[in-house]
Design a protein around this ligand. Structure first.
Ligand SMILES: Cc1cc2nc3c(=O)[nH]c(=O)nc-3n(C[C@H](O)[C@H](O)[C@H](O)COP(=O)(O)OP(=O)(O)OC[C@H]3O[C@@H](n4cnc5c(N)ncnc54)[C@H](O)[C@@H]3O)c2cc1C
Length: 372
């Protein structure tokens, strides 16, 4: 029987889900708010069991070849002067001698999109405005496309998920703010940084800078303490002005980067948060990745959770196609302990240190037996 699925969000979770669903024979449509695949952002990590998932997708070698390849990092003071140097780890990736793969988010999404290929219908530059469920399907309305029906709708639209708001309720019920705002932006490689990371951390503000894969750009990540809502969600000019104010005391090369930030279109800013929900499915709608269980960049596990969650959800739907309630229950049951382990990393990280055994438990804390 032909089953139709609409995925909202073309990030890691949405693209990975599209890959597995089309392989299982579902007719899949993916809608992404951006006019094209989103570029920019910093690097993300693929670790533990998620490496088995990318292997099973036939992507491991390509992902490995595209890894960030950083040689180490310098911790710098507010003037950008080196105060510590190491070739053993970086701030973003942890130990460099582990099997983990660090890759720029847009590079990973590009590889995923390529692997999904033409078997999926893509709608870019649009968004869902309403979802009306009945016993047999979802009637979906869009901002600029005609209404359509789908058997299932999956929200893979990130930490401030649209599908979650439309179907499960307001953010206040599920969003646990972490009191930190993060801005990510891209500039030309104005300081000729080569395969190396720069990190600065002080009480009010911190940053991490690294060159893009081809070394022509810098990817800059700035974090600072802020109350939720202190930065406007949609006003990019106001966001940029706030970053400039928060960073105005930083010297050395940093003023140059702030100047370049004003002109870049590759800019992303948001309040860091975790998502805690009692259930990730309602009727014929489900959530996957950050939309349902964001652990936040502090965990370093968001991308791995998204890759694993997408696999488990797709396989569950494929295993009991006639009984989606059973499939959704199986997805929840298998994923929830893994999510809990990974979300708990963040409290440890913020208290100062994640013990090695806890990190290993989180990276490998789910069995994919029978799925790959
Ligand atoms: C631009 C960007 C940069 C990021 N950079 C980093 C980083 O540097 N480090 C890090 O650890 N994590 C970063 N993340 C988060 C990281 O990608 C996720 O934690 C992880 O990969 C899980 O992915 P996800 O697909 O669940 O969510 P996301 O990666 O957030 O993807 C969600 C997707 O849904 C789309 N979307 C949002 N709203 C709608 C809507 N209404 N309709 C349709 N589509 C919608 C978004 O444009 C996005 O493509 C970034 C996310 C984004 C969007």
């Amino acid at each position: 029987m032909n089953r139709t699925v609409l995925i909202s969000g073309g990030g890691v979770a949405g693209l990975a889900l599209a890959y597995w669903l089309q392989r299982e024979g579902f007719t899949t449509t993916l809608i992404e708010r951006s006019p094209e695949l989103r570029s920019g952002g910093q690097a993300v990590d693929i670790r533990g069991v998620a490496l088995d998932v990318v292997k099973a997708m036939g992507l491991h070698d390509a992902v490995y070849a595209r890894r960030t390849r950083l040689g180490g990092m310098s911790i710098v003071d507010a003037e950008g002067r080196e105060i510590e140097r190491t070739e053993e780890r970086t701030f973003s990736a942890g130990r460099l001698d582990s099997d983990d793969i660090e890759i720029f988010r847009d590079d990973l999404c590009g590889l995923l999109l390529n692997q999904v290929g033409e078997h999926v219908e893509y709608i870019y530059g649009d968004s869902i405005t309403a979802i009306q469920q009945d016993a047999n399907s979802n009637a979906v309305s869009f901002r600029s496309h005609p209404d359509r029906h789908f058997d299932f709708v999956i929200g893979a639209d990130g930490v401030y998920s649209n599908v979650r708001k439309l179907v499960f309720g307001s953010d206040t019920s599920f969003v646990k703010p972490l009191g930190v705002t993060m801005a990510l932006f891209t500039t030309p490689n104005l300081i000729d940084l080569q395969s190396w990371q720069l990190a600065h951390r002080e009480e009010t503000v911190g940053y991490v800078i690294y060159p893009s894969f081809d070394q022509t750009q810098l990817r800059v990540g700035v974090g600072f303490g802020a109350e939720p809502g202190e930065v406007s969600r949609n006003d990019v000019a106001a966001q940029k002005a706030m970053i400039a104010t928060k960073c105005k005391h930083l010297g050395g090369y940093f003023p140059q980067l702030l100047d370049a930030m004003r002109d870049t279109s590759q800019f992303y800013c948001g309040d860091l948060a975790q998502i805690h929900m009692p259930g990730w499915t309602q009727g014929r709608v489900a959530l996957v990745g950050d939309a349902g269980y964001c652990a936040s960049p502090f965990s370093g596990q968001g991308t791995s959770l998204a890759l694993v969650g997408a696999l488990i959800l797709a396989k569950a739907l494929a295993q009991t196609p006639e009984d989606f309630a059973l499939a959704f229950a199986a997805y929840e049951e298998r994923m929830r302990p893994f999510v809990k382990l990974n979300q708990e990393l963040v409290d440890m990280e913020r208290r100062g240190h994640v013990p090695d055994d806890q990190l290993t438990a989180a990276k490998y804390g789910i069995s994919l037996d029978g799925l790959l």
